[in-house]
Write a protein that binds this ligand. Structure first.
Ligand SMILES: CCCCCCCC/C=C\CCCCCCCC(=O)SCCNC(=O)CCNC(=O)[C@H](O)C(C)(C)COP(=O)(O)OP(=O)(O)OC[C@H]1O[C@@H](n2cnc3c(N)ncnc32)[C@H](O)[C@@H]1OP(=O)(O)O
Length: 154
């Protein structure tokens, strides 16, 4: 990937478990633009992120990384639509309104997962995104997410 800074590293004050650089015990995913309305994230699971069987990634962790990758994409997009660099000026904050995940195949615990998010639709208050999660080149999950703009005191 290019030299671009991760979306999460451009937005200060984020303590989110999935994507907050300020959460020492979090997953700390990093998302990058990869085309006009697309972003990409690579996440390497840790052994304790397993499901019941130790070789597979836990479904809640899958949902979390999809949630964070897509909502951070919506936030970065909103800054872009406002003509501002992320983290500059008044804060823009989105929360997850809807997260619908289809688990299509198990994801290996010891391989990186790749997430690709696409912005499908945007309006003033909400952004609809699609996300695909791959492991070893295979589609393991797809998701539809609605990110809703909330005040920065939310
Ligand atoms: C303090 C300082 C802050 C500084 C910033 C710090 C840095 C942070 C930086 C970065 C962080 C980013 C990291 C986040 C990543 C992870 C995100 C999460 O996990 S968030 C936690 C889980 N989510 C919840 O707990 C939501 C709980 N729900 C709510 O609070 C409300 O229901 C909310 C905000 C989602 C909507 O409530 P309403 O009253 O604001 O707005 P209404 O009028 O209901 O909806 C607005 C629009 O959204 C649509 N909408 C709402 N829910 C929908 C849904 N489930 N499906 C489809 N559309 C929905 C509605 O139809 C409406 O659309 P129409 O404008 O009319 O077109």
């Amino acid at each position: 990937m290019s030299e671009q800074k991760a979306i999460q590293d451009q937005i200060p004050g984020n303590h989110c478990f999935g994507c907050g650089p300020e959460n020492e015990r979090g997953l700390r995913i990093k998302s990058y633009w990869d085309g006009e309305d697309k972003t990409r994230c690579e996440f390497l699971p840790l052994p304790h992120h397993n499901a019941g069987p130790q070789q597979y990634l836990n479904g809640g962790i899958i949902a979390t990384v999809i949630d964070c990758h897509t909502v951070c994409t919506a936030i970065a997009d909103a800054y872009r639509q406002a003509g501002r660099d992320p983290g500059t000026g008044d804060k823009i904050w989105y929360a997850t309104g809807k997260l619908e995940v289809n688990y299509r195949a198990p994801a290996a615990i010891d391989k990186p997962v790749i997430l690709e998010a696409t912005i499908i639709e945007r309006s003033n208050r909400k952004t609809l995104l699609h996300c695909t999660l791959y492991s070893s080149g295979r589609v393991c999950a797809t998701a539809e997410v609605v990110a809703v703009r909330v005040p920065d005191n939310w």
